[in-house]
Design a protein. Structure first.
Lengths: 851, 243
């Protein structure tokens, strides 16, 4: 009697679950036996490299980035800063605290310091107890004495001053000075504030007091011009939430500051380093994926017989599929776990090795790369081997009787399509950059297509010329030609590997060179302001006499921008820009005959022919954009007691972080002759020669000296860390490249061993075999080298232009060095891998391969 | 056909049922045509064959006569172009590949000329494999005892590459008999062996066959080996004839 449908379905489900449970017991057992038999070594090695390099790079970049971000954020005094021209509402601070962030507050204003009859205009900074949130203040207890770090601002009743305050007012430490209505004791000399940012040209000497004393000074009254800053620090998620909240609740006159705004060079270096690391880890992963795909195919082909036998012994098609799926999952899990452990050990070893070069505050490894490494293990292994393994399901059981029966090949479109989709998704996930992803894919695609055509052509030429080759070489060449498809695939795999590695090497070299040139060893570490025209000659001879490496002197005129094309600035600019500091303070104006180094004209021309007596100005392009200034506009400036006009003739980019004097406005020579001018200079002075500065200030008491060492050193140390990270990651990529080469050689090794054994059986000498092997592998290596260089050049050219904003120059040396080196290395690796052919009696090889 | 019906159709036939069925294998009007380079090539012509339970049958013929193709069809490894094959009361020509696999698992054992041992499995692992596929918990114990029985007690942990040809074929015999199959298909079992090992393997094959009362279908071109079977048929150019 037939059971009712529902019952039958339940029975069927029960039966299926029993079947599956059986496969779950059987598959791992079979896998373990194969592992013992050494079948899975190459596949596992490739998987381990993929996961280990991913997790090692993941841990390394994560830790380094967090350390770098921490140190970099020291520069702005917090993870996030809100600046405002009006008092910041208490709700903002409360919001930050509710997100678990630390909050510090700073007020800045200009006022007068009194010491008896002497007065001095100073920039006052009052700070809350939590200040600074990131980084430290640096102070000295004597003029130009040794610096030390402190983590808090001055206590109540004390004032910390810059050395030039002491100099200008003839004061010493422990003297008393009056600020508004309150007396302060001068307790320390302030040499460095982490959040000083770009305001190198704040002419006023700076002093710092506690926020608790601010009210007692009575200086800040309604209507006083005060700049407020609130700084936040804490968990990155909370910082991101705060930033989002601030953006939504931003009021006019408020600006949200991040590292990008205040330190473009450092932020740029960090971004490029992270992009590079993303790219490099992706390359390592892709190389390992190629190795996995290679070994997966090899693994699958080696299992045709096993599948046929299992089918013969009664396994169903789905059983076969389940067995291999379960095996792959077990492999992925084991590979994921072991790869994670290896990756963690590798990064720990790397950190131990370079610990002297790194800051002491490198955070511990996080769990993020562990999780992604394990997931990745499944994605990579299943994604790149499944197309090959699926074929095992369709192996005919008849193969046990007729060995030549191979399963039908899967559609090439399916295999390459799935791999391509997987690669694009992985690249996109890693880089979060579609341009980068598409550049690499398109570049590789074009190169591979051309390469395949060229290699096919080359084979035709070889076939044509074969009769003219020495007889001894013909056997090897014929073997090579017979495996034409494999040979092309293998050469392309080598070519891709070389290309990927070369992209990483070339980018690294270019980035490191660029960064090194960003801040040269002897970058100016002192700025001298307020040099009077009458003092310039004496000043220059002083620097020459003391062998100080001084830059040229720049004229500086102080002026306020008041109108554009006759319209007041308030009317001309957008609401958001009305509080722009450039409008609310005097700008430093200069003139110059030539475009300063590191400046680049982006619009207009440098001093085009103009009518005599007309004033032209070149404006920094970011400022021009913010203030809606265009070429041909007439700008009105106010200096001292007069208004004067200039026509905009060019817009320039400026590298603000090159530690040289930089200007928003540059005028044509002679145009500002009638205005009061002082001079500015920068120079490099070795730290041990600091005492020279006492003589300088004695001889020129009116000039203002700014010391930049601390901030310069901080930027330099960040860039050193970035470079170190980049160098270390290159190492992983090279290891992954090596493994992929081995796996590619391994994948055709069985055929080679069988053929080698046969040829030896027929009487070929070891010498002849060696010559043949060498010419085959070295030839493949040479062609692969050329493909690699060509591909790398194309991709690097696109990447430089589109992603890294670098100038591309072809790498001529690579065209000679890479193909030669690759011929040599692949030749050697090939001979090493096929040494069994030469070293063992041919009967062993024949017997092992038959079974 | 729903799941239950499919399962019912593929359910294995029990021993008692087999014993009641004297005609274990019935092949009627078997033709096999394959496609070679776009041209049809007929390999088997109108084969009719009946094998009774417990019988030993030798199929003799020269290389290329179609012996192995016939063996593949009788064992359900492939389907004929036309004709019917019935094994143990089941029309295997009407079963799909998975159902035929079930029949093979329950009733059929194989021995091949090229041994077909899995290179990464030891001798004992190779022998226990068919029992493990059936989900038998005593797979290793059974494999252990049959390896002792075929005189390879010392070679259990060895891989095929560490065994001689004769030893490999003895492992293959142990693997074939460990499930106590109703039918054993042997394709040139001594074809890859020297005379001495060939005799030893043949002796073992017939000894195990007798002990298990297995129906044996032996394909060979060796008349001496064929003569040890109870019945012999010949194959020539795809046609079967009595000897």
């Amino acid at each position: 009697m037939r059971s009712p449908g529902g019952n039958g379905f339940r029975k069927a489900l029960q039966y299926l679950s029993m079947e599956l449970a059986q496969q779950f017991r059987f598959a791992p057992r079979l896998l373990w036996r194969e592992w013992k038999g050494g079948e899975l070594t190459v596949l596992m090695l490739a998987l381990l490299i993929a996961i280990a390099s991913h997790t090692a790079i993941g841990h390394f970049t994560d830790r380094i980035s967090r350390a770098m971000a921490f140190n970099a954020n020291n520069i702005i005094g917090g993870d996030l800063v809100l600046s405002s021209s009006r008092q910041i509402k208490p709700a903002v601070g409360e919001r930050a605290e509710s997100l678990g962030l630390e909050v510090a507050e700073v007020q800045r204003f200009i006022t007068v310091l009194n010491v008896g009859e002497d007065i001095l205009l100073v920039a006052v900074k009052s700070v809350s107890d939590a200040y600074p949130l990131k980084g430290t203040l640096r102070v000295t207890d004597e003029l130009f004495g040794p610096e030390r770090s402190v983590t808090k601002g001055p206590p109540s009743g004390e004032i910390w001053v810059e050395s030039r305050v002491l100099h200008a007012l003839q004061l010493e430490l422990e003297d008393t000075i009056q600020l508004g209505e309150k007396q302060f004791r001068v307790s320390r000399i302030l040499t460095y504030e982490p959040d000083r940012g770009n305001s190198f040209y704040s002419f006023n000497p700076r002093v710092m007091i506690s926020e608790r004393d601010l009210a007692d000074t009575g200086i800040v009254q309604p209507g006083s011009r005060v700049w407020y800053r609130q700084m936040y620090a804490g968990q990155s998620d909370s910082v991101a939430s705060m930033q989002q909240w601030l953006e939504q609740n931003q009021e006019p006159g408020q600006r949200i500051r991040t590292l990008d705004d205040d330190r473009p060079a450092v932020s740029n270096a960090l971004k490029k380093a992270q992009q590079y690391m993303g790219l490099a880890s992706l390359v390592a992963l892709l190389l390992a994926a190629v190795a996995i795909a290679n070994s997966g195919r090899h693994y699958s082909e080696r299992h045709y017989d096993t599948s046929a036998l299992l089918r013969c012994l009664g396994c169903k098609q789905n059983d076969i599929l389940w067995i291999y799926l379960i095996q792959l999952c077990v492999l992925a899990l084991v590979g994921g776990l072991l790869g994670n452990i290896l990756g963690w050990l590798a990064q720990a070893g790397l950190f131990a090795f370079v610990s002297d070069l790194l800051p002491k505050n490198v955070p511990a490894a996080s769990w993020k790369p562990v999780l992604s490494g394990t997931v990745l293990s499944f994605i990579v292994l299943l994604g790149f081997t499944l197309p090959s393994v699926l074929r095992l399901k369709s192996v005919s059981p008849q193969r046990v009787l007729r060995h030549d029966l191979a399963p039908l090949p899967l559609s090439a479109r399916f295999v390459y399509g799935t791999s391509l989709i997987l690669i694009v998704l992985m690249m996109w996930f890693y880089t979060r950059n579609l341009t980068l992803t598409l550049s690499i894919i398109a570049g590789s695609g074009i190169v591979m297509l051309i390469a395949a055509l060229v290699i096919s052509g080359l084979f035709r030429v070889i076939v044509f010329w074969l009769p003219r080759f020495p007889v001894k070489l013909r056997v090897g060449i014929r073997n090579f030609l017979r495996r034409r498809r494999e040979a092309i695939a293998q050469t392309m795999a080598f070519g891709l590997t070389i290309m990927a590695m070369l992209v990483v090497v070339l980018l690294r070299t270019e980035l490191v060179t660029t960064w090194q040139s960003t801040i040269p060893e002897d970058a100016p570490n002192h700025f001298v302001l307020n040099i009077q025209s009458s003092e310039t000659e004496d000043y220059v001879s002083f620097t020459q006499q003391k062998k100080i490496k001084a830059d040229r002197l720049y004229p500086v005129i102080r002026g306020r921008l008041t109108r554009v094309n006759g319209n007041a600035m308030v009317e001309h600019v957008s609401k958001e820009e009305r509080s722009n500091e450039s409008l609310n303070r005097e700008l430093n104006l200069t003139w110059s005959e030539s475009v300063p180094a590191d400046n680049e004209i982006v619009d207009g021309g440098w001093w085009p022919a103009i009518a005599s007596g007309q004033t032209s100005v070149s404006v920094e392009h970011e400022l021009a954009k913010k203030l809606s200034i265009k070429i041909g506009d007439t700008l009105t400036f106010f200096t001292g007691d007069r208004n004067w006009e200039a026509t905009v003739t060019s817009l320039r980019t400026v590298k603000w972080d090159n530690f040289n004097p930089n200007f928003y406005m540059i005028f044509n020579p002679g145009s500002l002759d009638k205005l009061p001018v002082t001079w500015i200079n920068s120079f490099f002075l070795e730290p041990e020669r600091k005492k020279v500065l006492v003589g300088l200030l004695k001889q020129f008491p009116s000039l203002t000296l700014l010391e930049m060492d601390a901030i310069l050193n901080q930027v330099k140390s960040i860039i050193t860390q970035v470079m170190l990270a980049v160098e270390s990651i290159l190492l992983f990529v090279l290891v992954a490249g090596f493994i992929v080469t081995l796996s590619a050689i391994q994948s055709t090794m069985n055929d080679r061993l069988r053929e080698g054994a046969l040829v030896r059986t027929l009487g070929a000498s070891k010498y002849l075999l060696r010559i043949n092997q060498w010419s085959e592998f070295a030839g493949m290596g040479f062609i692969a080298g050329i493909i690699g260089v060509a591909g790398a050049e194309i991709i690097v050219a696109v990447l430089y232009h589109r992603v890294f904003e670098l100038t591309y120059t072809p790498t001529w040396w690579a065209w000679i060095l890479v193909p030669s080196a690759s011929a040599l290395l692949i030749g050697l690796a090939g001979i090493y891998s096929s040494r069994r052919i030469l070293n063992e009696p041919p009967i062993n090889a024949l017997r092992d391969l038959r079974v | 056909m729903d799941h239950a019906e499919a399962l019912a159709r593929s359910q294995p036939v029990t021993m008692s049922k087999l014993q009641m069925e004297p005609r274990l294998i019935v092949a009627e009007g078997i033709n096999k045509i394959v496609d070679v380079a776009g041209q049809p090539l007929q390999i088997l012509y109108d084969i009719n064959l009946t094998v009774s339970s417990g019988e030993t049958l030798a199929v003799v013929g020269s290389s290329g006569s179609g012996k192995s193709t016939l063996l593949g069809l009788l064992a359900g490894l492939d389907l004929p172009t036309s004709g019917k094959i019935n094994i143990a009361g089941q029309k295997i020509t009407e079963l799909d590949e998975d159902q035929r696999a079930e029949v093979r698992a329950r009733h059929i054992g194989f021995v091949f000329q090229s041994f077909q041992l899995l290179p990464n499995l030891t001798a004992i692992e190779n022998v226990s494999l068919p029992l493990e596929i059936l989900g038998r918990k005593d797979a290793f114990d059974k494999a252990d005892s049959i390896l002792d029985h075929v005189g390879l007690g010392e070679r259990k942990p060895h891989y095929p590459r560490q065994l001689s040809g004769g030893e490999q074929q003895r492992v293959a015999l142990a693997r074939a008999f460990v499930t106590r199959p109703d039918i054993l298909f042997a394709d040139e079992p001594t074809g890859n062996l020297d005379a001495e090992n060939g005799t030893m393997v043949a002796d073992l094959l017939f000894q195990l066959n007798a002990e298990n009362n297995t129906t044996l279908i032996l394909v060979t071109h060796d008349p001496t080996l064929a003569s040890r079977c109870g019945r012999r048929v010949g194959m020539d150019s795809g046609k079967l004839f009595s000897i």
